[in-house]
Design a protein around this ligand. Sequence first.
Ligand SMILES: [Zn+2]
Length: 159
Amino acid sequence: MEAKEHTTMMCTLLAIDHTDFSYRACSLCERTLPDNPSSLCRYCNPSAFNPRFPRSKRFFRILMSIASDTKVFTVICFDRVAKVLFGCSADEFFDFARFHPFSAANASRILEGEMFKMTISKPKNGNAQNLRAVQVVPLKTGFQPAIVTLRELYGVRSS
Ligand SMILES: [Zn+2]
């Protein structure tokens, strides 16, 4: 990749790492939490949480390989961008996947081969390894986010 901060290109999604596509975080400060549902944020005051909402939520963090017209590379995409691909929140997807085996593998298969106009940025801090997809726009007319196709596949009515 050239030394530009942002690059926008047409690309094809080749594969998604579906083994690890989301993580738990504190719903207030968004610090990453262990996957164990009972572990809660040590930094936020318990009374600061709205009792009507869970104290943790899930965020998408997805590694995928994409191909431009000249090369193949790996990008990471976070919650906002992943929602375009999945059509739901990471929590909704996680819950769906708990009751529908192979959802993540199927979601990745559904999205493979889709074409996107993608804006890629270089990592800002030195520790971050991956190029980051900061915007994706599906190119296919009538693009269906993964969750829509999954609900059809598993015969689930969307509520
Ligand atoms: Zn917190």
